[in-house]
Design a protein around this ligand. Sequence first.
Ligand code: PLP
Length: 451
Amino acid sequence: PAITNHLPTAELQALDAAHHMHPFTTGADLAAKGARVITRAKGVYLTDSEGHEILDGMAGLWCVNIGYGREELAEVAARQIRELPYYNTFFQTTHVPAIALAAKIAELAPGDLNHVFFASGGSDANDTNIRMVRTYWDVKGKPGKKIIIGRKNGYHGSTVGATSLGGMSAMHAQGGLPIPDIHHINEPNWWAAGGETSPEDFGLACAQELEQAILEFGEDRVAAFIAEPVQGAGGVIIPPETYWPEIQRICDKYEILLIADEVICGFGRTGNWFGSQTMGIRPDIMTIAKGLSSGYQPIGGSVVSDEVAAVLDSVEFNHGYTYSGHPVAAAVALENLRIMEEEGVVEHVQTVAGPYLAEKWHALADHPLVGETKLIGMMGSLALSPNKEPHATFAAEAGTIGYICRERCFANNLVMRHVGDRMIISPPLVIAPEEIDILIERARKALDETY
Ligand code: PLP
Protein backbone atom coordinates (compact mmCIF):
# COMPACT_ATOMS: atom_id res chain seq x y z
CA PRO A 1 0.00 0.00 0.00
CA ALA A 2 1.00 3.62 -0.50
CA ILE A 3 2.78 5.20 2.45
CA THR A 4 0.27 7.77 3.74
CA ASN A 5 -1.02 9.14 7.06
CA HIS A 6 -3.49 6.27 7.03
CA LEU A 7 -0.91 3.57 7.72
CA PRO A 8 -0.73 2.39 11.35
CA THR A 9 1.86 4.28 13.40
CA ALA A 10 3.99 1.19 14.02
CA GLU A 11 4.30 0.56 10.29
CA LEU A 12 5.30 4.16 9.61
CA GLN A 13 7.86 3.96 12.41
CA ALA A 14 9.30 0.72 11.04
CA LEU A 15 9.68 2.22 7.56
CA ASP A 16 11.18 5.36 9.07
CA ALA A 17 13.73 3.29 10.99
CA ALA A 18 14.54 1.21 7.90
CA HIS A 19 15.16 4.05 5.47
CA HIS A 20 15.27 7.49 7.03
CA MET A 21 18.42 8.79 8.75
CA HIS A 22 17.58 11.56 11.24
CA PRO A 23 19.76 14.61 11.92
CA PHE A 24 21.36 14.94 15.39
CA THR A 25 19.99 11.54 16.42
CA THR A 26 21.38 8.20 17.54
CA GLY A 27 19.59 6.16 14.91
CA ALA A 28 19.69 2.87 16.82
CA ASP A 29 18.07 4.39 19.92
CA LEU A 30 15.35 6.04 17.88
CA ALA A 31 14.66 2.86 15.94
CA ALA A 32 14.18 1.01 19.22
CA LYS A 33 11.54 3.42 20.50
CA GLY A 34 10.03 4.72 17.24
CA ALA A 35 9.85 8.34 16.12
CA ARG A 36 6.68 10.26 16.87
CA VAL A 37 4.95 10.73 13.53
CA ILE A 38 3.66 14.27 13.01
CA THR A 39 0.83 14.34 10.50
CA ARG A 40 -0.54 17.88 10.41
CA ALA A 41 -0.47 21.21 12.20
CA LYS A 42 -2.61 24.30 12.72
CA GLY A 43 -1.87 27.47 14.65
CA VAL A 44 0.48 26.52 17.50
CA TYR A 45 -0.56 22.86 17.58
CA LEU A 46 0.91 19.77 15.94
CA THR A 47 -1.13 16.59 15.53
CA ASP A 48 0.56 13.18 15.65
CA SER A 49 -0.48 9.90 14.06
CA GLU A 50 -2.22 8.86 17.28
CA GLY A 51 -4.35 11.99 17.26
CA HIS A 52 -2.55 13.82 20.09
CA GLU A 53 -2.55 17.63 19.90
CA ILE A 54 0.90 18.84 20.85
CA LEU A 55 1.62 22.48 21.68
CA ASP A 56 4.74 23.40 19.73
CA GLY A 57 6.79 25.42 22.18
CA MET A 58 9.71 25.51 19.70
CA ALA A 59 7.90 26.76 16.54
CA GLY A 60 9.36 23.76 14.73
CA LEU A 61 13.06 24.59 14.89
CA TRP A 62 12.63 28.24 15.96
CA CYS A 63 11.10 29.05 12.61
CA VAL A 64 7.31 28.77 12.30
CA ASN A 65 6.86 32.30 13.56
CA ILE A 66 3.40 32.96 12.13
CA GLY A 67 2.10 29.52 13.12
CA TYR A 68 1.00 26.56 11.04
CA GLY A 69 -1.69 26.19 8.42
CA ARG A 70 -1.68 29.65 6.81
CA GLU A 71 -3.72 29.33 3.63
CA GLU A 72 -2.24 32.51 2.13
CA LEU A 73 1.18 30.88 1.94
CA ALA A 74 -0.22 27.76 0.28
CA GLU A 75 -1.96 29.95 -2.30
CA VAL A 76 1.15 31.96 -3.08
CA ALA A 77 3.28 28.82 -3.42
CA ALA A 78 0.79 27.20 -5.79
CA ARG A 79 0.50 30.36 -7.89
CA GLN A 80 4.27 30.75 -8.13
CA ILE A 81 4.77 27.09 -9.07
CA ARG A 82 2.31 27.54 -11.92
CA GLU A 83 3.83 30.81 -13.11
CA LEU A 84 7.57 30.20 -12.72
CA PRO A 85 8.56 27.25 -10.51
CA TYR A 86 12.26 27.72 -11.01
CA TYR A 87 14.79 29.88 -12.65
CA ASN A 88 18.32 30.73 -11.64
CA THR A 89 19.86 34.10 -10.95
CA PHE A 90 23.41 33.18 -12.01
CA PHE A 91 23.88 34.19 -15.61
CA GLN A 92 22.53 37.69 -16.05
CA THR A 93 18.91 36.80 -15.32
CA THR A 94 16.65 37.65 -12.43
CA HIS A 95 12.98 37.25 -11.51
CA VAL A 96 10.34 39.19 -9.64
CA PRO A 97 10.15 37.11 -6.43
CA ALA A 98 13.91 37.50 -5.83
CA ILE A 99 13.82 41.21 -6.67
CA ALA A 100 10.82 41.88 -4.47
CA LEU A 101 12.10 39.87 -1.52
CA ALA A 102 15.57 41.44 -1.61
CA ALA A 103 13.98 44.91 -1.71
CA LYS A 104 11.68 44.04 1.20
CA ILE A 105 14.53 42.70 3.31
CA ALA A 106 16.56 45.84 2.57
CA GLU A 107 13.61 47.93 3.74
CA LEU A 108 13.24 46.01 7.01
CA ALA A 109 16.93 45.59 7.80
CA PRO A 110 18.60 48.27 9.94
CA GLY A 111 21.13 50.83 8.73
CA ASP A 112 22.56 50.40 5.27
CA LEU A 113 22.15 46.62 5.13
CA ASN A 114 20.62 46.93 1.68
CA HIS A 115 21.89 43.93 -0.30
CA VAL A 116 20.93 40.26 -0.11
CA PHE A 117 22.79 37.16 -1.31
CA PHE A 118 20.34 34.27 -1.12
CA ALA A 119 20.96 30.74 0.13
CA SER A 120 18.70 27.79 0.99
CA GLY A 121 19.07 28.09 4.75
CA GLY A 122 21.25 29.39 7.55
CA SER A 123 24.19 27.00 7.25
CA ASP A 124 24.93 27.68 3.62
CA ALA A 125 24.38 31.41 4.17
CA ASN A 126 27.12 31.28 6.80
CA ASP A 127 29.35 29.42 4.35
CA THR A 128 28.72 32.31 1.97
CA ASN A 129 29.80 34.67 4.75
CA ILE A 130 33.15 32.94 5.19
CA ARG A 131 33.95 33.41 1.52
CA MET A 132 32.48 36.91 1.46
CA VAL A 133 34.51 38.36 4.29
CA ARG A 134 37.77 36.80 3.12
CA THR A 135 37.14 37.98 -0.45
CA TYR A 136 36.21 41.43 0.85
CA TRP A 137 39.61 41.84 2.52
CA ASP A 138 41.42 40.40 -0.51
CA VAL A 139 39.77 42.98 -2.76
CA LYS A 140 40.55 45.73 -0.23
CA GLY A 141 44.24 44.80 -0.51
CA LYS A 142 44.46 43.17 2.92
CA PRO A 143 44.76 39.48 2.02
CA GLY A 144 46.29 38.72 5.41
CA LYS A 145 42.90 39.23 7.07
CA LYS A 146 41.58 35.67 7.02
CA ILE A 147 40.86 34.66 10.62
CA ILE A 148 37.23 34.58 11.69
CA ILE A 149 36.50 34.57 15.40
CA GLY A 150 33.38 32.87 16.72
CA ARG A 151 32.35 31.61 20.14
CA LYS A 152 32.44 28.35 22.04
CA ASN A 153 28.94 26.90 22.18
CA GLY A 154 27.81 29.21 19.37
CA TYR A 155 25.77 27.60 16.59
CA HIS A 156 25.93 28.66 12.98
CA GLY A 157 24.79 25.53 11.18
CA SER A 158 25.89 22.12 10.13
CA THR A 159 27.86 22.40 6.89
CA VAL A 160 31.63 22.10 7.19
CA GLY A 161 32.07 25.88 7.13
CA ALA A 162 29.18 26.71 9.44
CA THR A 163 30.14 23.95 11.90
CA SER A 164 33.62 25.45 11.98
CA LEU A 165 32.27 28.92 12.76
CA GLY A 166 30.18 27.41 15.53
CA GLY A 167 31.76 26.29 18.75
CA MET A 168 30.06 22.97 19.41
CA SER A 169 32.84 20.58 20.41
CA ALA A 170 30.77 17.44 19.76
CA MET A 171 30.27 18.62 16.20
CA HIS A 172 33.93 19.52 15.69
CA ALA A 173 34.89 16.04 16.84
CA GLN A 174 33.13 14.49 13.85
CA GLY A 175 34.91 15.33 10.63
CA GLY A 176 38.07 16.93 11.95
CA LEU A 177 36.86 20.51 12.31
CA PRO A 178 37.18 23.45 12.47
CA ILE A 179 38.71 24.34 9.11
CA PRO A 180 41.85 26.52 9.32
CA ASP A 181 41.83 30.15 10.46
CA ILE A 182 38.78 29.97 12.68
CA HIS A 183 39.15 30.69 16.38
CA HIS A 184 36.66 30.64 19.27
CA ILE A 185 36.39 32.77 22.40
CA ASN A 186 34.23 31.99 25.45
CA GLU A 187 30.48 32.53 25.43
CA PRO A 188 28.89 35.09 27.77
CA ASN A 189 27.09 32.46 29.85
CA TRP A 190 27.03 33.99 33.32
CA TRP A 191 25.05 31.16 34.91
CA ALA A 192 27.54 28.52 33.81
CA ALA A 193 30.80 30.43 34.14
CA GLY A 194 30.23 33.82 35.82
CA GLY A 195 28.87 33.17 39.26
CA GLU A 196 31.32 35.06 41.45
CA THR A 197 31.42 38.34 39.53
CA SER A 198 28.49 40.57 38.63
CA PRO A 199 26.83 39.83 35.27
CA GLU A 200 28.01 43.28 34.09
CA ASP A 201 31.68 42.61 34.86
CA PHE A 202 31.40 39.13 33.45
CA GLY A 203 29.86 40.39 30.18
CA LEU A 204 32.64 42.92 29.79
CA ALA A 205 35.34 40.34 30.46
CA CYS A 206 33.85 37.95 27.88
CA ALA A 207 33.72 40.69 25.26
CA GLN A 208 37.31 41.67 26.00
CA GLU A 209 38.40 38.16 25.07
CA LEU A 210 37.75 39.30 21.51
CA GLU A 211 40.22 42.15 21.93
CA GLN A 212 42.81 39.80 23.44
CA ALA A 213 42.43 37.40 20.52
CA ILE A 214 42.79 40.23 17.98
CA LEU A 215 45.92 41.49 19.72
CA GLU A 216 47.35 37.98 19.84
CA PHE A 217 46.80 37.27 16.14
CA GLY A 218 47.39 40.86 15.02
CA GLU A 219 44.58 42.98 13.62
CA ASP A 220 46.00 42.58 10.10
CA ARG A 221 45.11 38.88 10.29
CA VAL A 222 41.55 39.05 11.65
CA ALA A 223 38.73 39.36 9.13
CA ALA A 224 35.53 39.11 11.15
CA PHE A 225 33.73 38.24 14.33
CA ILE A 226 30.53 36.18 14.11
CA ALA A 227 27.94 35.69 16.83
CA GLU A 228 24.24 35.24 17.40
CA PRO A 229 22.75 38.34 19.09
CA VAL A 230 21.28 35.80 21.54
CA GLN A 231 22.66 32.26 21.37
CA GLY A 232 19.79 29.94 20.54
CA ALA A 233 20.90 26.35 20.12
CA GLY A 234 23.53 26.88 22.82
CA GLY A 235 20.69 27.18 25.34
CA VAL A 236 19.15 30.65 24.91
CA ILE A 237 22.09 32.46 26.49
CA ILE A 238 21.14 36.13 26.81
CA PRO A 239 24.36 38.12 27.27
CA PRO A 240 24.72 40.69 30.06
CA GLU A 241 23.96 44.27 28.92
CA THR A 242 27.63 45.20 28.90
CA TYR A 243 28.57 42.56 26.35
CA TRP A 244 27.44 43.80 22.94
CA PRO A 245 28.45 47.48 23.28
CA GLU A 246 31.98 46.33 24.10
CA ILE A 247 32.04 43.89 21.14
CA GLN A 248 30.91 46.72 18.85
CA ARG A 249 33.61 49.02 20.21
CA ILE A 250 36.29 46.39 19.59
CA CYS A 251 35.11 45.59 16.04
CA ASP A 252 35.12 49.31 15.21
CA LYS A 253 38.52 49.94 16.75
CA TYR A 254 40.33 47.13 14.91
CA GLU A 255 38.38 47.19 11.63
CA ILE A 256 36.88 43.76 12.10
CA LEU A 257 33.69 42.97 10.18
CA LEU A 258 30.81 42.10 12.50
CA ILE A 259 28.55 39.27 11.35
CA ALA A 260 25.31 38.97 13.32
CA ASP A 261 23.83 35.53 12.83
CA GLU A 262 20.13 36.42 12.93
CA VAL A 263 18.89 33.01 11.80
CA ILE A 264 16.90 32.64 15.03
CA CYS A 265 16.80 36.23 16.31
CA GLY A 266 15.68 37.77 13.01
CA PHE A 267 12.07 38.49 12.08
CA GLY A 268 10.65 39.32 15.46
CA ARG A 269 11.96 36.67 17.83
CA THR A 270 13.56 39.14 20.27
CA GLY A 271 10.82 41.78 20.03
CA ASN A 272 12.27 43.78 17.14
CA TRP A 273 12.62 42.86 13.50
CA PHE A 274 16.24 41.92 14.20
CA GLY A 275 18.19 40.90 17.29
CA SER A 276 20.85 43.44 16.30
CA GLN A 277 18.31 46.18 16.99
CA THR A 278 17.47 44.66 20.38
CA MET A 279 21.17 44.50 21.23
CA GLY A 280 21.98 47.93 19.76
CA ILE A 281 24.66 46.74 17.33
CA ARG A 282 25.53 47.69 13.75
CA PRO A 283 26.57 44.53 11.91
CA ASP A 284 28.24 44.63 8.49
CA ILE A 285 26.56 41.35 7.55
CA MET A 286 23.50 39.56 8.92
CA THR A 287 22.73 35.89 8.34
CA ILE A 288 19.02 35.25 7.91
CA ALA A 289 16.85 32.12 7.40
CA LYS A 290 14.12 30.37 9.42
CA GLY A 291 11.61 33.14 10.26
CA LEU A 292 12.20 34.74 6.86
CA SER A 293 9.66 32.28 5.45
CA SER A 294 8.30 31.08 8.81
CA GLY A 295 9.79 27.75 7.76
CA TYR A 296 7.22 27.24 4.99
CA GLN A 297 9.99 27.10 2.38
CA PRO A 298 13.75 26.60 2.77
CA ILE A 299 15.39 29.98 2.24
CA GLY A 300 18.16 31.99 3.86
CA GLY A 301 20.69 34.62 2.96
CA SER A 302 23.39 37.09 3.82
CA VAL A 303 22.31 40.71 4.15
CA VAL A 304 25.28 43.02 3.62
CA SER A 305 26.03 46.70 4.00
CA ASP A 306 26.43 49.18 1.16
CA GLU A 307 30.18 49.20 1.71
CA VAL A 308 30.63 45.42 1.73
CA ALA A 309 28.40 45.08 -1.34
CA ALA A 310 30.31 47.79 -3.21
CA VAL A 311 33.61 46.00 -2.61
CA LEU A 312 32.27 42.58 -3.58
CA ASP A 313 30.47 43.95 -6.63
CA SER A 314 33.79 45.07 -8.06
CA VAL A 315 34.86 41.45 -8.72
CA GLU A 316 33.21 38.23 -9.83
CA PHE A 317 32.23 36.42 -6.63
CA ASN A 318 32.63 32.76 -7.59
CA HIS A 319 29.92 31.47 -5.35
CA GLY A 320 26.22 30.58 -5.48
CA TYR A 321 23.64 27.87 -5.04
CA THR A 322 21.22 26.40 -7.58
CA TYR A 323 18.45 27.52 -5.26
CA SER A 324 19.79 31.01 -4.46
CA GLY A 325 16.67 33.18 -4.58
CA HIS A 326 14.42 30.24 -5.50
CA PRO A 327 11.23 31.85 -6.85
CA VAL A 328 8.76 29.73 -4.87
CA ALA A 329 10.70 30.14 -1.63
CA ALA A 330 11.11 33.86 -2.26
CA ALA A 331 7.43 34.37 -3.05
CA VAL A 332 6.41 32.52 0.11
CA ALA A 333 8.90 34.49 2.22
CA LEU A 334 7.57 37.75 0.81
CA GLU A 335 4.01 36.75 1.66
CA ASN A 336 5.13 35.73 5.15
CA LEU A 337 6.64 39.19 5.68
CA ARG A 338 3.50 40.82 4.31
CA ILE A 339 1.39 38.90 6.83
CA MET A 340 3.76 39.78 9.65
CA GLU A 341 3.46 43.47 8.83
CA GLU A 342 -0.29 43.41 8.25
CA GLU A 343 -0.97 41.53 11.48
CA GLY A 344 1.60 43.48 13.50
CA VAL A 345 3.38 40.31 14.64
CA VAL A 346 6.43 42.17 15.95
CA GLU A 347 4.17 44.53 17.93
CA HIS A 348 2.30 41.48 19.26
CA VAL A 349 5.61 40.16 20.60
CA GLN A 350 6.51 43.54 22.08
CA THR A 351 3.23 44.40 23.73
CA VAL A 352 1.16 41.24 24.20
CA ALA A 353 2.80 37.84 23.90
CA GLY A 354 6.29 38.82 25.09
CA PRO A 355 5.27 40.55 28.34
CA TYR A 356 2.67 37.86 29.11
CA LEU A 357 5.11 35.02 28.49
CA ALA A 358 7.76 36.83 30.57
CA GLU A 359 5.45 37.06 33.57
CA LYS A 360 4.50 33.38 33.39
CA TRP A 361 7.97 32.11 32.50
CA HIS A 362 9.76 33.92 35.34
CA ALA A 363 7.12 32.63 37.76
CA LEU A 364 8.51 29.13 37.13
CA ALA A 365 11.54 30.24 39.18
CA ASP A 366 9.64 29.18 42.30
CA HIS A 367 9.91 25.53 41.23
CA PRO A 368 12.46 23.58 43.31
CA LEU A 369 14.24 22.31 40.15
CA VAL A 370 14.65 25.70 38.53
CA GLY A 371 17.69 27.97 38.87
CA GLU A 372 17.77 31.03 36.62
CA THR A 373 14.94 31.84 34.21
CA LYS A 374 15.82 33.92 31.14
CA LEU A 375 13.61 35.35 28.43
CA ILE A 376 13.90 37.94 25.71
CA GLY A 377 11.01 38.54 23.36
CA MET A 378 9.80 35.03 22.63
CA MET A 379 12.87 32.96 23.35
CA GLY A 380 13.48 31.67 26.84
CA SER A 381 15.46 29.24 28.92
CA LEU A 382 15.48 27.90 32.42
CA ALA A 383 18.46 26.28 34.09
CA LEU A 384 17.65 23.12 35.99
CA SER A 385 19.69 23.19 39.19
CA PRO A 386 20.07 20.99 42.25
CA ASN A 387 20.34 24.01 44.59
CA LYS A 388 19.31 27.11 42.63
CA GLU A 389 22.90 28.42 42.60
CA PRO A 390 24.95 29.39 39.53
CA HIS A 391 27.55 26.86 38.39
CA ALA A 392 25.60 24.08 40.05
CA THR A 393 24.76 21.29 37.68
CA PHE A 394 23.70 17.75 38.06
CA ALA A 395 27.34 17.07 37.35
CA ALA A 396 27.59 13.29 37.17
CA GLU A 397 24.80 12.97 34.72
CA ALA A 398 24.84 16.42 33.07
CA GLY A 399 22.12 16.66 30.47
CA THR A 400 20.23 13.68 31.82
CA ILE A 401 17.80 15.68 33.88
CA GLY A 402 17.15 17.95 30.91
CA TYR A 403 16.53 14.94 28.73
CA ILE A 404 14.08 13.51 31.25
CA CYS A 405 12.28 16.85 31.51
CA ARG A 406 12.01 17.09 27.74
CA GLU A 407 10.56 13.57 27.60
CA ARG A 408 8.04 14.52 30.30
CA CYS A 409 7.07 17.60 28.27
CA PHE A 410 6.56 15.47 25.20
CA ALA A 411 4.47 12.97 27.15
CA ASN A 412 2.34 15.94 28.25
CA ASN A 413 1.92 17.14 24.67
CA LEU A 414 4.34 20.04 24.84
CA VAL A 415 7.43 20.45 22.69
CA MET A 416 10.14 22.03 24.80
CA ARG A 417 13.79 21.27 24.04
CA HIS A 418 16.74 20.81 26.34
CA VAL A 419 20.37 21.78 25.90
CA GLY A 420 22.23 19.94 28.61
CA ASP A 421 20.41 20.96 31.79
CA ARG A 422 18.77 24.04 30.25
CA MET A 423 15.17 23.85 29.06
CA ILE A 424 14.41 26.15 26.15
CA ILE A 425 11.33 27.53 24.42
CA SER A 426 10.71 29.53 21.28
CA PRO A 427 7.01 29.30 20.47
CA PRO A 428 5.31 30.72 17.37
CA LEU A 429 5.29 34.51 17.71
CA VAL A 430 1.52 34.62 17.14
CA ILE A 431 0.79 32.54 20.24
CA ALA A 432 -2.18 33.88 22.23
CA PRO A 433 -2.18 34.43 26.02
CA GLU A 434 -4.57 31.47 26.56
CA GLU A 435 -2.14 29.26 24.68
CA ILE A 436 0.76 30.56 26.77
CA ASP A 437 -1.22 29.50 29.85
CA ILE A 438 -1.43 25.96 28.46
CA LEU A 439 2.27 25.96 27.61
CA ILE A 440 3.20 27.00 31.16
CA GLU A 441 0.76 24.56 32.77
CA ARG A 442 2.27 21.66 30.81
CA ALA A 443 5.82 22.84 31.50
CA ARG A 444 5.13 22.96 35.24
CA LYS A 445 3.58 19.51 35.16
CA ALA A 446 6.67 18.17 33.34
CA LEU A 447 8.94 19.83 35.93
CA ASP A 448 6.91 18.26 38.76
CA GLU A 449 7.19 14.85 37.14
CA THR A 450 10.95 15.31 36.66
CA TYR A 451 11.58 16.43 40.24
N1 PLP B 1 22.56 29.94 12.53
C1 PLP B 1 21.83 29.83 13.64
C2 PLP B 1 21.93 30.89 14.68
C3 PLP B 1 20.96 28.76 13.80
O1 PLP B 1 20.24 28.64 14.92
C4 PLP B 1 20.86 27.80 12.77
C5 PLP B 1 19.95 26.66 12.90
O2 PLP B 1 19.43 26.35 13.95
C6 PLP B 1 21.67 27.95 11.65
C7 PLP B 1 22.50 29.04 11.54
C8 PLP B 1 21.64 26.95 10.55
O3 PLP B 1 20.53 27.11 9.77
P1 PLP B 1 20.00 25.91 8.84
O4 PLP B 1 19.66 24.79 9.76
O5 PLP B 1 18.84 26.54 8.12
O6 PLP B 1 21.08 25.56 7.90
